[in-house]
Design a protein. Sequence first.
Length: 322
Amino acid sequence: MTTKFGATSTADDVLAGTDLKDKRFLVTGAASGIGLETARALALRGASVVGAVRDTAKSAPVIAPARTAAAQSGGNFELIRLDLASLKSVRACADQLLADGRSFDAIIANAGVMATPFGRTVDGFESQLGINHLGHFALVNRISSLLADGGRLVVLSSQAHRASDIDLDDLNFETQPYDPFIAYARSKTAASLFAAEFDRRYRHRGIRAASVMPGNSLTNLPRHLSAQDLQVLLETAGRARADSGLAPAALKDIPQAAATSVWAAFMADKDEIGGHYLEDCAVAPINDIPNPFADGVRSYALDAGSATALWAKSEALLSIIS
């Protein structure tokens, strides 16, 4: 697949000259960081964007400039309440969208948390698994009928997936010591596997799904890390890449970090990206060197057997409290 975009492209670069006036998108986590930039860039081109956020009242003034700019371009940016840590909230959000009945050309599962202290969602799931994977899994499956034939699902993963495969026998850290970074890594491996399995199950409708590594950027995602801890993490990543003969990984600004999401949601050939893990506006190569800070995707994050097994396990977990 050829592309003129890369690591330094911004969301506006990717969408330059496009007209999205007949397109509709759902973006979770749309009140800050990459999610807000993703929603802004789409709405600015005339798209109708529904931003799913935990607190619509607090988020409204934050998105106001983007909403105003969107309206001037013929676009629309509205909010809906969604707390991925509560399946009751997920169901309420989904049911509100289903009652509205309008379809989406793409769903961008962007919201997430990173390296949180140990905790559980209101439904008893380990927090990072519950928010980063199970919440999105429940939402997307409940509204799958609203995803238009020929549409797309974009699920944000992370380079952090390289640090750990999922553990299907202990997804919720019930029998092993909790490590916030391993939990984050596993939740992002789960995100990639979810996209791969969704792609397999829905491609008969022309729908394709892909996972995205947006690029490392200084959003509020690492808010649970102290400034010192974050600096140590960046220095560790730099040394690990140097030890493997890799070039230093430059931090992206937020518009650059949103580029691959909007590329996957509209600009890329959906049949070429479907079932894959994307980074820097391209399909990432398989790279199984153990370095957790290397580029590319570990093969376990796209393994068909693991994807099917995780889907079944996720359904089982959700059925317990449905």
